[in-house]
Design a protein around this ligand. Structure first.
Ligand code: ADP
Ligand code: MG
Length: 247
């Protein structure tokens, strides 16, 4: 199984957000994606799940397909006004088996309930998702990932604005996924979390600043270089061709 980026460039209105990124993810292990705001971290994950199309290069998958990837977007990108219950949302994790209009039946519902139980929210099954706190909602999204049973799990800032208990509990799931041999790739902002739970790090500032063992990547020098590179990109706002004017 292989998941790699081959010279991937992704742009918005011709402004590259991710620029010529190449490298392979360590399979069966955990990699953190680290970098300043606006470094292209979310954009890279979206390209990996096929939500954005690279304008150059490609995401290479060998021995796996998109169905093997579970993806948790940044919470700010999720519409919580949908009139669905907690159990229904978790059950969408089985869509790759049942199809969006397929019937889940009792076994499916049982598995969804079991996943909710594992994140400590079994009692919340019949509630609407709008009634949850952000920490509870994140637990529900983790339950959905549990149900998906994917070999590769992508998480975009999963612990952002989470309380300490939620962060701790969800980190235990990440640890378990690693022990089960799954590949976890997570955008994180907390250096300590990265050092403790993620043996590999991709340090991104639109381009790859460093990619390898966390100890060798999260050095003072490289972190400084990431900030400088990101600022450089921000300042010159490059564009591929003169077309349209952007702030
Ligand atoms: P990160 O997740 O590292 O904070 P993003 O991938 O969200 O970074 O963004 C990278 C760059 O792309 C930023 O300059 C951001 O403003 C820009 N960008 C992100 N999403 C869009 C979009 N939908 N339209 C235009 N520009 C975007
Ligand atoms: Mg982001």
């Amino acid at each position: 199984m292989r998941l790699a980026l081959d010279n991937v460039t992704v742009s918005y209105q011709r402004h590259p957000a991710v620029h010529h990124v190449s490298g392979g993810f360590a399979m069966g292990e955990a990699t953190a994606i680290f970098g300043p705001n606006g470094a292209g971290k979310s954009t890279l994950l979206k390209a990996m799940v096929g939500a954005l199309k690279p304008d150059q290069g490609k995401v290479t998958m060998e021995g796996m397909s998109r169905k093997d990837i579970a993806y948790l977007p940044q919470q700010s990108e999720i519409d919580r006004s949908l009139p669905v219950t907690v159990l229904e949302l978790v059950a969408t994790g089985l869509w790759h088996q049942s199809g969006p209009f397929g019937k889940l039946g009792r076994p499916g519902m049982g598995r969804a309930l079991d996943a909710l139980e594992q994140v400590g929210l079994a009692d919340f099954a019949p509630r609407t998702i709008a009634a949850l706190s952000s920490g509870q909602f994140q637990r529900v999204l983790f339950a959905r990932i549990l149900l998906q049973d994917a070999r590769v799990i992508l998480l975009d800032e999963p612990f952002n604005a989470m309380d300490a208990k939620t962060t701790h509990d969800l980190l235990q799931l990440v640890k378990r996924w690693q022990q089960e041999g799954r590949t976890v790739i997570a955008v994180l902002h907390d250096e300590e979390q990265v050092r403790q739970y993620f043996p590999h790090t991709l340090l991104l500032a639109r381009e790859v600043v460093a990619w390898g063992d966390t100890r060798n990547v999260l050095t003072v020098d490289k972190l400084r270089r990431a900030v400088e590179t990101a600022a450089h990109w921000q300042a010159r706002a490059p564009i591929c061709q003169t077309e349209g004017v952007e702030a």
